[in-house]
Structures are given as structure tokens and as C-alpha cells.
Design a protein around this ligand. Structure first.
Ligand code: MN
Length: 277
């Protein structure tokens, strides 16, 4: 299922170019900003109701007529993988020297940096180089603590395109990647049952219609199960937490007014605009 959050934090399932309102499958008392997490928590028991709503198609709106929010309300954390494709590791050598995921393992992005497709990316330090990084994002479906690689995919709720916007420079990654608007995600989450194996997904990113990144998640250094094993060993991954799996070669800088398009196989395309000057 393709799940979105829209307008005043309503929950929807996308079918073609329409969205079916499925807000009613979570308790009415759920705070608006907690609805997606509530849906994920209850998914095994509310999935049938959601599917029935889709089949009935009672409350349907054209996708073009709604405002899409980041599909997740604030996660407790966004854990991100640095230099997780060999070809990106190689291209970064000139810029920052050799770095390996085996050394750096992971970093945190502020949850407040997350935005949906109908918001703009803003460049807080316009005199500094700011890059796009196209990534496969995954959403954790239930608390994961010391999960083995073999069991890891059981803890994934779904997948979504994710941009890890980055100011280049000497500051800590958490500072350079946590600016407001620096984690665009969506437009929706595709539930994991539709993607049994997150390895082997093609990933392409265009900047103003010029193809800049063209890769496959089969080339991840640490694949999705390994990332979950490594991160859940030291921190409990909570329901609705997000993992950014890393970016392949082809990162580059953005400027005011630019348009970024990220297309990952089996996922809805994420298109974002950088705020004009
Ligand atoms: Mn990244």
C-alpha cells in the first residue's frame, strides 16, 4: 500500500492519481501529529480496514488537490549511513579524504529537518556549498533492539525516497545535515510487503532534468539488514524511526530555484524545489 499524510495530518492511501482517506482506521482520540505512528503501530490489525476503505473508495480526493506532508510525523530519530556506496566513497576522497562506513558507521539527523514534497528546501548558508544526496529511506515498524541481520527485514514497515541535504565543510555531520528542510521525504511510504527485498532497487536522481545519480541498492556497502543490525545494537529503533541508507556517486551542489527529482524503483517519485533567491 502507498500511504501518505495530507492536509491537516489526515492519513491516506494512494490509488493511481487519487488519495483515499483512511484516517478513521486509527482512534479518533489520536493527536493529529501522531496518526501515522499510530497507524504503523496498529498496522497488523488495521490493515484490513484500510484495504476495505480503499476498495470502497468512499472519501476520495484527487492527489493534485491535497497538500502532501512528510508521511511521518516527527520520528524519535533519523539514523543515516555515511559513504555507503563504494563509488561515492571514491568520489569523496578528493573532497574530504578517504572515509569508510566501517569506521563512521552512522550519524543522526535532527527529526525537525524532515519535510514533505509540498514544502521548499531552504539554504540557510547560501555562501556555502550545499549538496543533494538521493537515498533509499526506510521506516521502522516496531521497536528493534539488537536485531540480527537475519531478522532485520521483519522490523521494516516500509520504504520512501529521501534526500539527505548536506552543507559541505568541516563542521560535524549532525550540524551540516540537520538544517530545517534538509530531509525531504515521500511523497509516500510503500509498505514493505510490496518490496520483499530492498536490495536491487534502481535509484536515479535528476537535477533540473539532468541525470546526476544512477545507481542500484545492490551496491550498498552495508545493506538494509546490516544497517538495522548495526544501529539496533546500540540504540533501540522505535516505531516510525527512519534510516537513510546512504547515497551513491554523483552528489552535487544545488542553488536557489533548482528542482530535484529522486526516482527509486517501486516507490513514488519525490520531486523537490529549492527556494528561489
Ligand atoms: Mn547521506
Amino acid at each position: 500500500m502507498h500511504l501518505v499524510r495530507f492536509d491537516d495530518s489526515r492519513l491516506g492511501a494512494v490509488v493511481g492519481d487519487e488519495v483515499v482517506d483512511i484516517t478513521h482506521v486509527v482512534p479518533e482520540s489520536t493527536p493529529a501529529d501522531g496518526r501515522m505512528r499510530a497507524l504503523i503501530n496498529a498496522w497488523p490489525s488495521v490493515r484490513d480496514a484500510a484495504e476495505q476503505a480503499v476498495t470502497a473508495g468512499v472519501t476520495v480526493t484527487a492527489l493534485a488537490d491535497v497538500t502532501l506532508l512528510a508521511p511521518l510525523d516527527a520520528p524519535t530519530k533519523i539514523v543515516a549511513a555515511p559513504v555507503n556506496y563504494r563509488d561515492h566513497t571514491a568520489e569523496m576522497v578528493d573532497l574530504v579524504g578517504e572515509q569508510l562506513i566501517e569506521t563512521y558507521k552512522g550519524f543522526l539527523k535532527a527529526p525537525s529537518s524532515m519535510i514533505g514534497p509540498d514544502m521548499l528546501i531552504r539554504l540557510p548558508l547560501p555562501d556555502r556549498r550545499t549538496d543533494y544526496e538521493g537515498e533509499l529511506g526506510l521506516v521502522i515498524g516496531r521497536p528493534a533492539r539488537s536485531v540480527s541481520r537475519a531478522d532485520a527485514l521483519d522490523y521494516v514497515f516500509g520504504y520512501m525516497p529521501l534526500l539527505d541535504m548536506t552543507i559541505r565543510g568541516d563542521e560535524d555531520r549532525s550540524f551540516r545535515k540537520s538544517a530545517d528542510t534538509f530531509t525531504p521525504v515521500g511523497p509516500g511510504i510503500i509498505t514493505a510487503d510490496e518490496i520483499p527485498d530492498p536490495a536491487g532497487l534502481s535509484l536515479r536522481l535528476w537535477l533540473n532534468d539532468e541525470l546526476r545519480q544512477d545507481a542500484n541498492t545492490a551496491d550498498l556497502v552495508w545493506d538494509v539488514p546490516m544497517l538495522i543490525e548495526a544501529y539496533s545494537r546500540v540504540m533501540t529503533l522505535q516505531t516510525g524511526d527512519v534510516i537513510a541508507t546512504g547515497t551513491p556517486a554523483g552528489v552535487g551542489e544545488v542553488h536557489p530555484g533548482d528542482r530535484i527529482r529522486l526516482s527509486i524503483e517501486h516507490l513514488p517519485e519525490l520531486e523537490m524545489h529549492v527556494e528561489p533567491a
